[in-house]
Design a binder for this molecule. Structure first.
Ligand code: FAD
Ligand code: NAD
Length: 467
């Protein structure tokens, strides 16, 4: 039963993984809840044009690559793959449709009202959405993020020549030559998809290494592995402009530090230089809420903004732009609104790059850990892990970083075929304040890739068995 003065106890703006999860939890806690969404379907960036469709293409193209590049042959399976790109796209669209409809079902089941349209604040307890005015005691801003534009480069997803991540999911044919601007997560994931399906891929990166924010050893190893797979990297280079004539693009590049200009031709250019928070048109000025220098909405530990009754979560607030971080914040925020104690431990948010092999990490990088004091670390190579070796997956390693004095685990990083699954163990261990010895003396099933985590932890105290 809502507070008599308002239509709702909670109104969530945005139905991405932050917003829809917050709405469901609020409703579960007995609060009368609505969720406004401007898109025609629920699920936000993640389900519609992000995590899910990109993983659908990564999964399918991984099989194609294994058949095309000789991995299957090594296993004793002789096949010559033939690409049916229409079917690959169809199964991607199916996955998206099924999951977005699933959220609509969950809204119905939990009695969350879905308000169609972009919401705009009139005051701190009132929004206009779909031509109607709705009031709520609490409003959660979960408007997410959108692609950061690159000055001098115009994205036109319908022409399929200069595209952003959304356009790169919808290419109707495999480009012959693709240039990816930005060797971050999106560049490497979607660059990998099209490389596997036959495109010649060059990644132009402003910094001197790929995957900013990740552990230094991981960044170097990733560069080596992707280069071996056929992606060409042009590091310390910036794109200063792209011109399009018909179906061809010409890029102008310059060394990041300045110098002679060069040009490069491509059939497709993917702009993936980051994402920025969505606050345009939200009417933040009507409630006196300002964004920080990065365009984000600042909150306190409980996800309260400076304006009473207005909360914010997900990509629109500081922190890594990740779906699971948004979801956890959504749950915690709803619990705080209901008077419970909702907490997110931002020191333990895993991140995963879903390439082949996968790349995953949680906690501090070795570089960050060293800034906090003396550390010890150990890298266990996947080549020495019996399961990875047997499966013909020799690339990568697991690295455990611990405090030299207390042995408490500060960070774990891995490159391995199933690194995304393996990292959950490290996250649980860190959440419980584990030492490397705790992981080393935990029995791990044999033969599994997870044994590499145990061996890396054993290595921290100088006692690995298999290297
Ligand atoms: P969003 O998912 O962006 O949802 C916000 C929603 O709010 C949108 O649907 C938008 O239409 C709506 N909205 C905005 N303004 C208004 C308004 N005024 N009124 C009503 N509705 C509004 N993260 C991962 O963790 N794993 C991955 O594998 C992964 N892969 C990705 C792949 C790609 C290609 C991309 C682009 C992103 C990926 N991400 C991934 C990032 C992930 O999608 C985001 O971190 C996540 O979606 C953020 O959730 P959110 O709820 O904060 O916002
Ligand atoms: P990113 O921040 O990961 O990478 C952008 C890269 O572009 C950086 O390396 C940056 O140095 C480079 N860059 C910036 N300007 C440049 C320029 N002018 N020329 C050349 N390079 C330039 O951003 P992204 O890959 O666009 O991803 C956006 C967000 O989406 C990320 O924050 C990520 O967390 C999220 N995401 C997550 C996943 C996942 O979890 N698997 C997948 C996709 C996206």
């Amino acid at each position: 039963m809502a507070d008599q003065n308002y239509d709702y106890d909670v109104l969530v703006i945005g139905a991405g993984p932050g917003g829809y999860v917050a709405a469901i939890r609020a409703a579960q806690l007995g609060l009368k809840t609505a969720c406004a969404e401007g898109r025609e379907t629920l699920g936000g960036t993640c389900l519609n044009v992000g995590c899910i469709p990109s993983k659908a293409l990564l999964h399918a193209s991984e099989y194609f690559d294994a058949a095309a590049n000789g991995t299957m042959k090594e296993l004793g399976i002789d096949v010559t793959p033939k690409l049916n790109l229409d079917q690959m796209h169809a199964q991607r669209r199916d996955a998206v449709e099924g999951l977005t409809k699933g959220v609509a079902f969950l809204f119905k089941k939990n009695k969350v009202d879905w308000l169609n349209g972009y919401a705009k604040f009139k005051d701190a307890h009132t929004v206009e959405v779909g031509g109607e005015t709705k009031t709520a005691k609490n409003i959660i801003i979960a408007t997410g993020s959108a692609v950061t534009p690159l000055p001098g480069v115009e994205v036109d997803n319908d022409n399929h020549v200069v595209v952003d991540s959304t356009g790169a999911l919808e290419l109707p044919k495999v480009p012959k030559k693709m240039v990816v601007i930005g060797a971050g997560v999106i560049g490497l994931e979607l660059g990998s998809v099209w490389r596997r399906l036959g495109a010649e891929v060059t990644c132009v990166e402003f910094l001197d290494q790929v995957l900013p924010g990740m552990d230094g050893d991981i960044r170097k190893e990733a560069n080596k592995i992707f280069t071996k797979q056929g992606i060409e990297f042009k590091l310390s280079t910036k794109v200063t402009g792209v011109t399009v004539k018909g179906k061809k693009a010409t890029l102008t590049l310059e060394p990041a530090a300045g110098g002679d200009e060069e040009t490069m031709e491509a059939d497709c250019v993917l702009v993936s230089i980051g994402r920025r928070p969505n606050t345009d048109g939200l009417g933040l000025d009507a409630i006196g809420l300002e964004t920080n220098k990065r365009g984000q909405i600042e909150t306190d530990h409980d996800f309260r903004t400076k304006v009473d009754g207005v909360w914010a979560i997900g990509d629109v607030v500081p922190g890594p732009m990740l779906a699971h971080k948004a979801e956890d914040e959504g749950i915690a925020c709803a619990e705080n609104i209901a008077g419970q104690t909702g907490i997110v431990n931002h020191a333990v948010i895993p991140s995963v790059v879903y390439t082949w092999p996968e790349i995953a990490g949680v906690g501090l990088t070795e570089e960050e850990a060293k800034e906090t004091g003396e550390v010890k670390s150990f890298k266990f190579p996947m080549m020495a892990n019996s399961r990875a070796k047997t499966n013909h997956e020799p690339d990568g390693f697991v690295k455990v970083i611990a405090d030299a004095e207390t042995d408490r685990v500060l960070g774990v990083w891995c490159i391995a075929s199933v690194a995304g699954t393996m990292i959950a163990e490290a996250a649980v261990a860190m959440e419980f304040g584990a030492t490397s010895e705790d992981i080393a003396y935990t029995c791990h099933a044999h033969p599994t890739h997870a044994e590499a985590m145990k061996e890396a932890a054993m290595g921290v105290t100088g006692k690995p068995i298999h290297v």
